[in-house]
Design a protein around this ligand. Sequence first.
Ligand code: AMP
Length: 195
Amino acid sequence: MVNCIAVFCGASKGASDSYIENAKKFGKELAQQKITLVYGGSSVGMMGALAESVLEEGGKVIGVMPDFLDKREVTHKKLSELIIVKSMHERKAKMSDLADGFIALPGGPGTLEEFFEMFTWAQVGLHQKPLGLLNINHYYDPLIALFNHMADEQFLLEKYRKMALVDEEAGALIKKLQQYQPPALKTYMNESKSE
Ligand code: AMP
């Protein structure tokens, strides 16, 4: 059962209003399903809009902010809980520990870095938690195409490609996380290419 989701998303707002609108819809969905949000702790961009929408709907939000970014990322002052850490590494480790699953909303390199760490940790069996991409405005279509290319070119096994759950709609994506069954562990030795 997924009761707490770490969400990675942009410190920017995106080019179209629909990014923020859908981030808010997603936050509302989390609160209505009583799923705690863990995120970077910022009040700006997609991150701020998401946290705000969960709080407005009466949900719980835990922010994890490195102390050196406190001013630059404008720490949200009204979170249910704020955890101050020393580094980006500590931030990711803390978010990973607290959450039962991970979702990336549209964002830039920071978002992808966080998402990929959770994806690769799942591949090597460091955790068995589900992870997904909320494909607002088909933002992640090029990344999904790259995953398919990786699988076609045999750099990514099909069973691991399927670990990255994708949906355009918040409720449907959360349902996929709830139903997720982790694949067997990566060994690099006995993997069949057709798997
Ligand atoms: P971006 O998607 O580039 O807008 O970045 C979104 C968030 O990811 C920002 O709050 C960054 O502080 C955070 N971030 C960027 N790089 C890392 C990292 N290596 N580890 C943890 N958080 C990061």
